[in-house]
Design a protein around this ligand. Structure first.
Ligand code: PMT
Length: 221
């Protein structure tokens, strides 16, 4: 389909990992590549939306109509998201945000201790989806992701409620070919009204189409 059903809609997405610096050469991060969020950004743009993508450290880029705002840390991602959420009709939180960051990050490269271990003190990062969710207006539609290491249905629904999201995309690390880095993903979509749709393993581009179609059936376009 080449429909422009999202014309006039503003979509804000987060994608990729965040890197939380320990010193100038080391960080705490995770295996997200940004692929899933970029596929979503591309699909919304293809269907006529005005798309802003807040992208953590990733070597991948979306199609050129998508406005990319690159960030490094969770705190930067939150700041940029706060600055851009006002005009968004739809927000999608696909980023794998580091839940913790080092309390102190050294300006100089840490030297290896002659003997003994290094202790890192970690502090909680802000929750971007929950923060923006708490300010959501009735005419805004917010969708989160839940990455779980088990079946995860209850966890996904709990996160949807706790972060005040309209819908959530569950992907499980139990499913082969799903989650980080793969070209494919296998998702189950939930909404606040009790809707559930489970999909087969497919390319992240095809998963993005399913998610964008799911949203199109639930909002006024
Ligand atoms: O980038 P890829 O390699 O393609 O991999 C895609 C993916 C596996 C990263 C993606 O499909 C995915 O599941 N993203 C969410 C990963 C995650 O961190 O899930 P979570 O269950 O920890 O977080 C729940 C939700 O809260 C997510 O929407 C997340 O973006 C958001 N969150 C979490 C923590 C935090 N501090 N801020 C947030 O906004």
């Amino acid at each position: 389909s080449t429909e422009q059903d999202y014309q006039g809609k503003h979509v804000l997405l987060t994608a990729g990992p965040t890197h939380e610096p320990i010193d100038p050469v080391r960080f705490i991060g995770n295996h997200s590549t940004g692929k899933m969020g970029i596929a979503l950004a591309n699909e919304f743009a293809r269907r006529g939306a005005e798309v802003t993508l807040i992208l953590g450290p990733s070597s991948l880029r979306p199609r050129e109509e998508v406005k990319v705002l690159p960030v490094m840390t969770a705190e930067e991602m939150l700041r940029v998201a706060e600055d851009n959420i006002g005009e968004a009709d739809i927000a999608i939180f696909a980023a794998a945000v580091a839940d913790y960051r080092p309390l102190h990050s050294s300006d100089e490269k840490l030297k290896r201790e002659e003997k003994g271990d290094l202790q890192l003190e970690l502090v909680r990062n802000p929750d971007i989806a929950a923060t923006l969710g708490s300010w959501k207006r009735p005419n805004q539609y917010f969708v989160g992701f839940a990455l779980e290491s088990n079946a995860g249905f209850e966890e996904a629904k709990r996160k949807m409620a706790q972060k005040n999201l309209n819908a959530i995309v569950l992907n499980s690390l139990l499913d082969k070919g799903a989650g980080f880095s793969y070209e494919t993903n296998k998702v189950t979509l939930f909404d606040r009204e009790g809707g559930i749709e489970a999909y087969e393993l497919k390319s992240k581009e095809a998963v993005a189409r399913d998610i964008v179609d799911f949203i199109a059936r639930r909002i006024a376009l």
